[in-house]
Design a protein around this ligand. Structure first.
Ligand SMILES: Nc1ncnc2c1ncn2[C@@H]1O[C@H](COP(=O)(O)OP(=O)(O)OP(=O)(O)O)[C@@H](O)[C@H]1O
Ligand SMILES: [Mg+2]
Length: 466
């Protein structure tokens, strides 16, 4: 008994089989500590010394409040109430434990407390590590989201997968200096993307200069792009004028509708891009320019090349990084989100509280949107302006839109008629085959076709079969 960690004054007389009970306690996996009514530690089992890595002699006979003043055992001694599943830390030992601490009553009197606990330091460490990993994961996710959606791209609405991957490409390109060619139908957001790319690029504090090659008469476009010196031509400003390329120095030049540029000007532009220098019209000196170029077009440049309307070498010079915007009809799943986005925008502007009726949204889903997002935006804006009820209904939409929808329907119905005529063809063929097979015996043919006699004669008449 001496080697056992019993306090010498403990009375074991009451135990029927002392050695057996001791064996049980000593074999326990969980650590066990017993204090008497005064808080004196009277017993610890081997699991205790193993788990807490302390010798029993260091604790047995000591007061709990001296060893672990934070111990839950002291609370149980005070209240006489059990404390179950309490997680706590033995500060002196730097160990985390989970404790079940219960009072021992004898003849209704509190005589001590028995506490069973498990060292959860490893689990706690693991869970702390897990927490940290989770925080890190959250952080990474946040970073990823930030990367996925830089502030400058936030006004670009759409969740369609193809659209999102197009945006990701644009975002990646924004971080570099790469020349971008944006191709896509009218109203699909080419301008919007060009702006976002510039604003998300290193050049964002420098100018973003836009020039629409289709909007400027051909003879003026050259001087708009390259500028001119004073007296270069009649009507030229006295002191000359810098061109857009020069103005875009250190910034971004956005050449919109590049497909509309004349072949002659294309050559001049290509030279300027290759040499990174320009000469003003009528000027002698060449001016060094540092521009990032974004070009856009809604024309098919490959077709223009084949028609000798676009220089192949310029195309390659521009198409270093290509972005293709997606027509709205190919991302119909984005129609609701875009509609609600514009509805909110224009309702706020108009100080109205309009909602889209389901019928209208269904029609939006059906329509082909040749003008893409610009068209949707304009339709919603006009609907908000004209709407005088709670819901935007079909009557608030432009006549051309509702006409297009009903034409679309008729076309669809026509298609179904065509299907009908296919069925008729097959039916006629079946009857002819049956007649052939039965050597023109009509009764036999009727049986083979499994139709009524009257239906058979009706069909003979219909298909003009003799
Ligand atoms: N994904 C989008 N989210 C929100 N607004 C958009 C989106 N795409 C386009 N828009 C809006 O639609 C309108 C047309 O877009 P944008 O001018 O960029 O199209 P585009 O492709 O340049 O057309 P065009 O070929 O006619 O010049 C703009 O007002 C733009 O803000
Ligand atoms: Mg545009």
């Amino acid at each position: 008994m001496e080697e056992l960690s019993f306090y010498k004054n403990i009375r074991w007389d009451d135990l029927c089989d002392q050695s057996f009970l001791v064996m049980v306690l000593e074999s326990m996996y969980d650590a066990l500590v017993v204090v008497d009514s005064t808080g004196l530690i009277v017993y610890v089992n081997p699991a205790y010394t193993r788990e807490l890595n302390v010798k029993s002699s260091k604790v047995v006979g000591k007061r709990m409040k001296d060893i672990a003043p934070e111990s839950i055992v002291l609370k149980v001694l005070e209240t006489g109430m059990p404390e179950i599943g309490v997680q706590s830390r033995i500060i002196k030992l730097g160990i985390d434990v989970i404790v079940n601490s219960t009072p021992i009553f004898k003849d209704g009197k509190l005589t001590g407390v028995v506490s069973v606990f498990r060292n959860i330091t490893t689990i706690r460490n693991l869970s702390e590590q897990l927490e940290k990993m989770k925080d890190y994961q959250d952080y990474l996710q946040e970073q990823l989201l930030k990367r996925a959606l830089p502030e400058e791209f936030k006004g670009i609405i759409g969740n369609n997968t193809k659209f999102r991957s197009m945006l990701t490409r644009a975002m990646l390109a924004a971080r570099s200096e790469i020349t971008i060619l944006i191709q896509g139908e009218t109203g699909t957001g080419k301008d919007l993307i060009a702006n976002a790319v510039h604003n998300a690029s290193k050049r964002k504090k420098n100018p973003f200069i836009e020039i629409n090659c289709a909007a400027i008469p051909e003879n003026l476009l050259e001087s708009e792009l390259f500028g001119y010196e004073g007296g270069a031509f009649t009507g030229a400003k006295k002191g000359g004028k810098p061109g857009k390329i020069e103005l875009a120095d250190k910034g971004t030049l956005f050449l919109d509708e590049i497909g509309d540029m004349s072949i002659v000007l294309q050559s001049k532009l290509l030279r300027a891009l290759q040499e990174k220098r320009i000469e003003r019209i009528g000027g002698i000196d060449s001016i060094k320019v540092d521009i990032r170029l974004i070009a856009a077009t809604n024309q098919n440049l490959e077709t223009l090349i084949q028609e000798n309307k676009f220089r192949k070498d310029l195309f390659y010079r521009l198409n270093v990084f290509s972005i293709e915007t997606i027509p709205l009809r190919e991302r119909r799943d984005d129609i609701p989100i875009l509609s609600y986005y514009f509805l909110k925008k224009f309702s706020e502007e108009e100080n109205k509280k309009c909602k889209l009726s389901e019928n209208v949204l269904n029609k939006f889903m059906e329509y082909n949107w040749p003008g893409n997002i610009r068209e949707l935006m304009n339709i919603v804006e006009a609907a908000v302006v004209t709407c005088n009820s709670r819901f935007i209904e079909l009557r608030h939409l432009p006549a051309y839109f509702t006409a297009a929808i009903s034409m679309h329907r008729t076309k669809k119905q026509n298609e179904s008629f065509r299907l009908d005529s296919c069925t008729m063809k097959v039916e006629k063929e079946c009857i002819m085959n049956a007649l052939k097979e039965s050597n023109n015996n009509k009764s036999k043919a009727i049986k083979m076709l499994c139709i009524s006699r009257s239906a058979f004669y009706e069909k003979l008449k219909k298909y003009q079969i003799a």
